[in-house]
Design a protein around this ligand. Structure first.
Ligand SMILES: Cc1ncc(COP(=O)(O)O)c(C=O)c1O
Length: 467
């Protein structure tokens, strides 16, 4: 074993990875020619790779390690529950103390009458369950024609057939046989891409009108729901214009269209609230979906919260031989719910939401400084959800060709300097653990700046961009 490898045989792990791992969301054709990143430890807002190289985790695992790495309290809650009762079936009227208590605690944070929790195994299954719930409800209520779903381009809602079908990132849709016909994608509400000269207010009017026009075109009696992330996360941290969320929610109310707020990323402190829908965007959705920060990624868990109104309609099924036939072996997993409880204890005790409200704007503002760089077209986001968009021609907002792999090059420049960022084509996404310190934020900005400058210099040297 190579002694520089921090106790891990990196060559052996690399060979096994290449031969046996199928990684998600990756061009499998490139796996054999590229080194896998093997992450072995985490502490606070940092992770360490198999060679012993420590980095600030600018990704937060994958928008999820909200309370940070190395929390003994969560590890112990997981171990205690696994010893006491590792698992029992959630099907039927069966519960475990952690799942019952956790459902109760979550409803204390939800706005309005979102008082009923259905646990799933992650975000995709939460979204899938929410859509199936709406479908079942309308069929049961005798309005089977009300099944059209409205969503948006550049939304990301998951990777099951249903949740992938309501997602709208063009690159993810190739060669996939998704559900069509009943799913409608509105243009993305990305202010950066609004027509030249259009004000933010006029852009907001146009995006709200897109929704209402689509409902009218389909006939409100045929539209089941609108599904929306408050900020579109994986689509490139798209922040709709001010007032958009509230106004689209009002349109839904007006036309009896259910509103599903997908808070898989925005929840559990990332924007400074356990659920951001009401306090930040003044909406009271009919359903909220969540996952990720729900357990800070320590174990998988997702949930949908359903309003009293919808839940009450479903209790009308009693004795009619119909029920919501949806659920997973690992729904409401007691170990995951125990982790979720410990995670919520930490969020509460350490006032992490208040901390994010205080320090999140600093993170956003400091990253905003990068907008002055020639290769940066836009910096957008809120609190601990930020995206730096690179541009081949800043004035024309030109997207650099995919083969330049701009974001990947920046990622590779930043890693040796102690920062991990998430590269997505020409976008760099940042969503660190919420416990990141001010000093680590400053370091993140300094390293990322350096990485972008070096890549821009390389591109000039290669004759790809002119300065
Ligand atoms: C907004 C949103 N919804 C749903 C999902 C799917 O969650 P999961 O990957 O846990 O299935 C994601 C994942 O990134 C997401 O960002």
């Amino acid at each position: 074993m190579d002694p520089t490898n921090f106790g891990y045989d990196v060559a052996d792990l690399t060979a096994k990875d290449r031969d046996h791992m199928i990684h998600p969301w990756v061009d499998l054709g490139l796996v054999k020619s590229r080194e896998p990143l093997i992450v072995v430890e985490g502490e606070g807002a940092t992770v360490t790779d198999a060679r012993g190289h420590r980095m600030i985790d600018g990704i937060g695992g994958m928008w999820c390690v909200n309370v940070g790495y190395g929390r003994d309290e969560i590890a112990e809650a997981i171990a205690d529950q696994a010893r006491r009762l590792c698992y029992f079936s959630p099907f039927g009227i069966i519960g475990t103390p952690p799942s019952i208590e956790f459902a109760h605690r979550l409803t204390q944070y939800a706005s309005g009458d979102l008082k009923h929790v259905f646990f799933t195994t992650g975000g995709s299954t939460a979204v899938d369950s929410a859509l199936r719930f709406v479908q079942f409800l309308n069929n049961f209520l005798g309005r089977p024609q009300k099944k059209h779903i409205i969503t948006r381009e550049y939304a990301y809602h998951g990777s099951t057939l249903f949740s992938a079908s309501v997602s709208g990132k063009p690159a993810d849709r190739g060669n996939m046989d998704l559900i069509t016909g009943t799913i409608h994608h509105l243009p993305s509400p990305n202010p950066y891409r609004r027509p030249d000269g259009m004000s933010l207010e006029a852009f907001c009017d146009a995006k709200v009108a897109d929704l209402e026009n689509k409902i009218l075109e389909l006939g409100a009696e045929n539209v089941a729901c609108f599904i929306a992330e408050p900020l579109l996360a994986s689509g490139g941290v798209i922040v709709p214009p001010p007032g958009y969320q509230r106004r689209t929610w009002e349109i839904c109310r007006k036309h009896d269209v259910l509103y599903i707020s997908d808070e898989v990323v925005t929840g559990f402190g990332r924007l400074g609230h356990i659920f951001a829908s009401k306090p930040m965007f003044d909406i009271e959705p009919d359903i909220i979906t969540c996952a990720k920060g729900l357990t800070s990624g320590y174990v998988p868990l997702g949930a949908m919260l359903v309003s009293d109104r919808l839940y009450a309609a479903l209790t009308e099924t009693a004795g009619k031989g119909q029920f919501f036939a949806n659920g997973f072996t690992y729904s409401a997993h007691p170990v995951a719910c125990a982790a979720g409880m410990a995670n919520l204890d930490i969020l509460e005790r350490e006032n992490i939401c208040a901390r994010v409200q205080e320090i999140g704007p600093y993170f956003r503002e400091r990253l905003g400084e990068l907008a002055a760089l020639d290769m940066v077209g836009d910096v957008r986001g809120s609190h601990f959800m930020v995206c730096v968009e690179c541009s081949a021609d800043k004035a024309k907002k030109t997207v650099p060709p995919a083969e330049w792999e701009v974001a990947r090059r920046i990622f590779e420049k930043c890693m040796p300097k102690g920062l991990m960022v998430r590269p997505m084509g020409h976008l760099i996404v940042l969503s660190p653990p919420l416990v990141i310190t001010r000093a680590q934020i400053d370091e993140t900005v300094a390293v990322l700046r350096q990485g972008i400058v070096e890549v821009a210099d390389d591109l000039v040297r290669e004759g790809l961009i002119k300065h």
